[in-house]
Design a protein around this ligand. Sequence first.
Ligand code: ATP
Ligand code: LTN
Length: 327
Amino acid sequence: MRILSGIQPSGILHIGNYLGAMRQQIALQEEHEPIYLLVDLHAITVPQDPKLLRQNTLNAAAMYLALGLDPEKAILYVQSQLSEHAELAWILTTIASMGELERMTQFKEKGRGEERTKVGMGLFSYPLLMAADILLYKAQKVPIGDDQVQHLELARDIAKRFNQRFGDTFPIPDALLAESGARIMGLDDPTVKMSKSATSAYNYIALTDDADTVRNKIKKAVTDSGSEITYGNDKPALKNLLTIFSGVTNEKAETITERYAGKGYADFKTDLADALIAFLSPIQERYQHLLTDEQQLVDILHAGAERARPQAAHTLKEIKEKLGFVL
Ligand code: ATP
Ligand code: LTN
């Protein structure tokens, strides 16, 4: 079974990316040979500083490895290194309609504020590039956070339409959502998802935040009214903090709440910050060490692309034949 996902190398990675997507992605390497893409072609749909994009791509590779990705088991590479992604994305623009792309909430949100005529074409067609990533490998399972489900549904529709028009080609991919953590909310606002593009750094815990920053951010995290530590929808801010606590300690949320019977938010927050720091510090040590050898990272990414290339080329050839291109 083919598993594939992508992550944008466009800035910091946060605990939401980890609990919602990366944790599960890395666990899947034990039974399958999953493919994980650093999707730089997606990242440039909003303006990127070239130097930063390059560094962020290497940083994201280092973070995957620091979190436990084994490049012998999983295939990790940079999307732009295989031109098949862009080529298939073009073909898919002829299968999808303007209407279905206009309905994508991420496009609507990211394009908000801009004059409609100025919203980038890339931002608009972004989900087709994601569909191309998935279909190029005939992936069946796609481990993603909740915010990507709509894009995956579009990929499913496109796969079905292609199959109808040109004959059975693609399996219909399913989303794999984390049991807990598929939607980590902002620390400063539990009604919106934690996001690296948030205007305030108090929205997220970056995987690279140092101990003082973590303590400070958790201290400032908004909480609900009342003082009891309970897990439920009536306390969305606390529920989110408990999901994070549980995610980094592997304890059940109920086990954690039992410990705080009769105690208040102050104790809870101190311990949550400690748990996060204990979780993050060995990862950060490995991460910093990996970044000292840039060439090694580049080599790992090249090797990943070379392992994936034959299958990408094979699928694209099959598609071109079906479309009637002269080969
Ligand atoms: P951001 O909003 O932080 O820019 P994104 O979804 O636009 O995130 P990526 O960084 O590429 O872009 O996301 C990588 C993976 O992390 C995706 O599978 C996404 O669904 C998941 N993810 C992102 N934010 C969260 C979150 N708050 N909770 C759970 N999963 C998340
Ligand atoms: N659009 C996704 C990243 C992404 C992806 C993919 C996810 C690009 N290609 C293929 C799953 C499968 C995002 O913004 N997080």
